[in-house]
Ligand binder design. Structure first.
Ligand code: ZN
Length: 254
């Protein structure tokens, strides 16, 4: 009798789960895309993984859109440090990512998935657009990027991805601090000192850019005294760059 009265009075808050469809009827609901964020420090193989995911999907006959924001090569492509490259669509500051998908549709091409490299540089609004693509048009979205900047603060795009992504995955390829602990922070080093202030939106790069072909990257590496070094939290906090801070000179190949 009490039960009947409660029901008449309105929805029972303890009964909230009853709105979840049973297995049988759930099969009838439309599938949604997944928004995934794979993150890690510089040099952890994110771009390589982004290209691998694109390759694996394309091999299965799926059509993808590969996007990049500020790739290190300076060209609209994803270039991984181990030498792989793929043409990509550059996402500008004011780009509506949904428009890039609509443009594909307009040319008669469907889009099954989107891969975004350097996703930390997306605006929070662009991350929301990616979530909409996953929810409304069932596109799987794979974002790759760095979580924190050289001040150890979340990039706005990364922060929004942490808030919205269905799945968060630290990239497995471990980059080590000079002490041997996992490297978690990208320290900005100017003239041998860790700096914690300055412009945060710079192309994420390291001294290794000198082995890449881009003229602008080579110029930056050879003539600027700014470089990045991956450190563990302890050494990021203390600013200790380790005993061999000049080792990057070995990478100055012509
Ligand atoms: Zn360390």
């Amino acid at each position: 009798m009490t039960l009947l009265n409660d029901q008449a009075a309105g929805p029972d808050p303890t009964d909230a789960l009853s709105s979840v469809p049973a297995a049988g009827s759930r099969r009838g609901t439309p599938p949604v895309g997944r928004l995934k964020f794979c993150y890690g420090p510089m040099d952890c193989g994110k771009s390589t993984l982004a290209l691998q995911i694109d390759h694996n999907h394309a091999r299965q006959g799926r059509r993808g859109l590969v996007l990049v924001r500020h790739d290190r090569s300076g060209a609209p492509q994803i270039s991984s440090r181990i030498g792989l490259t793929r043409q990509a669509v550059e996402v500008g500051e004011d780009t509506d990512v949904r428009d890039l998908v609509r443009q594909e549709w307009a040319q008669g091409r469907h889009v099954d998935y989107v891969v975004v490299d350097e996703a930390q540089f997306l605006s929070p609004g662009q991350v929301d657009q990616l979530a909409e693509l996953a929810d409304e048009v069932e596109i799987d979205v794979y974002c790759f990027g760095i979580a924190t900047d050289f001040r150890s603060r979340l990039f706005p795009g990364a922060a929004r991805l942490f808030e919205l992504a269905d799945e968060l995955q630290p990239v497995q390829v471990e980059v080590l601090c000079w002490c041997g602990l996992p490297g978690r922070f990208n320290a900005r080093v100017v003239d041998g000192e860790v700096v914690r202030e300055g412009d945060t939106v710079v192309v994420a790069d390291t001294e290794q850019s000198v082995v890449e072909t881009s003229a602008s990257a080579r110029f930056e590496a050879e003539f600027a005294t700014v470089r990045y070094q991956v450190l563990c939290r302890r050494h990021f906090r203390s600013g200790d760059l380790g005993p061999v801070t000049a080792h990057h000179g070995q990478l100055r190949l012509t």
